[in-house]
Design a protein around this ligand. Sequence first.
Ligand code: GLY
Ligand code: MN
Ligand code: MN
Length: 471
Amino acid sequence: MKRTLFSAFTIFCFISVFEVFSQAPGVSFQYAYPYKDGIPIQNYRNRRAAVLASLDEHSAVVSFAADVRNRQNDVDYEYRQSSNFWYLTGMPDPKSALLLIPGGMEIDGRQIHEILFVQPRRIESEIWTGVKMGPEEAQRILGIELCLEYNRLNEILEKVLKGRDTLWLTGLPTATVTPPFAPKPIFIETELKNKLHEIYPELYIKTSLPKLAALREIKDADELRLMRKAIAISIEGHLGAMRAAKPGMFEYEIEAEMEYGFKRGGAEDVGYPSIVGTNYNACILHYISNRKQTQAGDLILADCGAEYQNYTADITRTFPISGKYSKEQRKIYDIVLEAQNAGIAACRAGNNFGEPHKKAHAIIEKRLLELGIIKKSEQTGWYFMHGTSHYLGLDVHDAGTRGTLKAGSVITVEPGIYIPSGSPCDKKWWNIGVRIEDDILITYGEPENLSSKLPRTADEIERIMAKKTAD
Ligand code: GLY
Ligand code: MN
Ligand code: MN
């Protein structure tokens, strides 16, 4: 045990020392902002201005960057910025925070309302880590009033919070940690509140900012441009997967075809782990292991979306691996499609957020009763157990108010029927799982199906499977 610890320590020291002295003198890297065709800087400014204008001058807001997540040992997961922080700053780097001060604060003779705290550049380790933005570049590129090094956050925050009554946080990077031998998890939010209350007993601390959710719900033209791109890339991925699919392939091979299309189209990532489930796996809502081999006659449920500049698509198609739906599969498919059409028709500004679900649910309930798959309306939930819609944007389950539907918001419409084996109905229905999911823009008029270029009807999908080319 001792020896292992010693060797681990030696290796760690070796790597660290190696890192510090591994860069040839004179080497310097240029910082390049990776999102040239992204959201214009003015939009981020407008968002911060909207938050500032919505708050009392006795309050302050802190928005934190996402934490780097450790995968194992000295390897981290690929970094994904916090959506709220990104929405307000356009800053891609970790270990950063934004402070908004509605009442302003004087710093060096200037009234400052927004400060971005970022990591300084560490020239000596850039050959390992790449270039981080650093405060000077951040100020130039992101157009924030003042950019400072992250280690000044506490000092400035202490000054700001004096005489203020409310601190709004736009979420916390990590919710809990459970150290070894700890009797229970440590809730970061509670720790933070306790700590701050020691210094500011009267301070009111809120860990979410409703105004931000309301802003994020309505997409501006640039956000829609990026979402359309994420969706267009995703459509190519879905078509590629359908064209490549044949009996005997493993679910992960279909996933690979899908994600090949995503990466090839310029997506940085998937917006959520790809769900590719065949046979009974199609009945597991969050199935992501994707290891089963397909067999002739199986249905494939593929719920996959590409992420482009942090905006994601969310699309599901369910197709027959052998190219033709069986009689029972098609029956269920057509019901889900009918439910989806009814849901999409209800996507109108002014309708309640729950209206598309109501409409889709009513169809599924009626048809399952007609087929004798259920005997009573209350049993609908046995086979359709999730909601029909969620907001879509930076997050697959995006921020929003869930009040009435508003023009400029994007929601999914994704009814499904899942009949795992053992279900109390005729066996001929067993292991049929169907979901159809599209991304719908709410407008002042007709809803716009942003993913409509990906065929949805059973006939269209069979045609693609038969020809192995797009129509
Ligand atoms: N892909 C996750 C969902 O449809 O909500
Ligand atoms: Mn969805
Ligand atoms: Mn989905």
